[in-house]
Ligand binder design. Sequence first.
Ligand SMILES: C[S@@+](CC[C@H](N)C(=O)[O-])C[C@H]1O[C@@H](n2cnc3c(N)ncnc32)[C@H](O)[C@@H]1O
Length: 303
Amino acid sequence: MGSTLDVKGGARKEKRKLRNLVRRKALKESRKSKLATEHPLPDAPGPSADGSTKKKKKNRGKKKMFLKLEAKAQEMGVPVENLIEKKEDSMLKRLEGGRFRYLNEKLYTMTGEEAKQMFEEDPEAFDQYHSGYRDQAKRWPLNPVNVIIQQLRTKADLVIADMGCGDAKIAEVLGAHNTVHSFDLVAKKPGVVACEMSHVPLEKDTCDVVVFCLSLMGTNVNEYLREAHRILKMGGDLRIAEVCSRFDNVRAFMRAVSHMGFEFKTSKTMQDYFVLFHFKKAGKVEHKRPSGLTLKPCLYKKR
Ligand SMILES: C[S@@+](CC[C@H](N)C(=O)[O-])C[C@H]1O[C@@H](n2cnc3c(N)ncnc32)[C@H](O)[C@@H]1O
């Protein structure tokens, strides 16, 4: 599949390339600047027909960057290598941010099955996605997973299915007094079961609560909700947290969920950024693919 191959193309390779490039550049520039002070060169010649002017301009740019770093290092009284390392780190961070945004966009534009295949073919991509996600989540004043935990905390002996659990925080906090089944495409924490959440290894009518916290990412949302309906007991809770900007029409979404056998209970907006829904399983699935379920991808901004 083209898309998965793109992903496999490799942040590792890019990182290695980048590190080598910065190191080579730094070495070259340090040699050059030494030479330049020992044997000053005459002024640069004018443009030549063979395109070497461009190359020279580029080299001048690199040299300028290095000289700037060198001057700053002198000013700070630290070896220039320290600043080169810092520069490398910030370039790497930018690269990692780009990689996270790329994977994130992929997850919102493919089915759950395709996402599973993507991570099977490129296991590193899962860690890269999650480390980027954690970075993003650190900046939020309130994380919806903590709100859901608070909502469920007052109860005990529940059977909870955490669909797309990530770091499995619900199991970590509520696991002592409840049975929490944590599902994700890759199992990175003990207790997490690796599976695609439209087919989880649970019997029908066995759960009191099903949670989708920012995990309705694939294009097959209707299949996720059908699976939630299958495993929930009648009267069981469906809790969904999503980013507000993903909805074109919240009412249409709520109507569509109710066509899938759920009764709307409450919705709550958090800081105009997240919305939390509470539904109850109330009947049969009337429509397997109701309109209104389509959610827009949540794309993170470059920082
Ligand atoms: C944005 S993270 C949120 C993680 C966690 N629910 C939380 O709130 O901290 C979404 C998670 O859903 C998982 N996910 C997305 N689609 C999935 C699918 N079809 N099956 C299982 N997990 C899925 C992703 O791998 C990711 O770990």
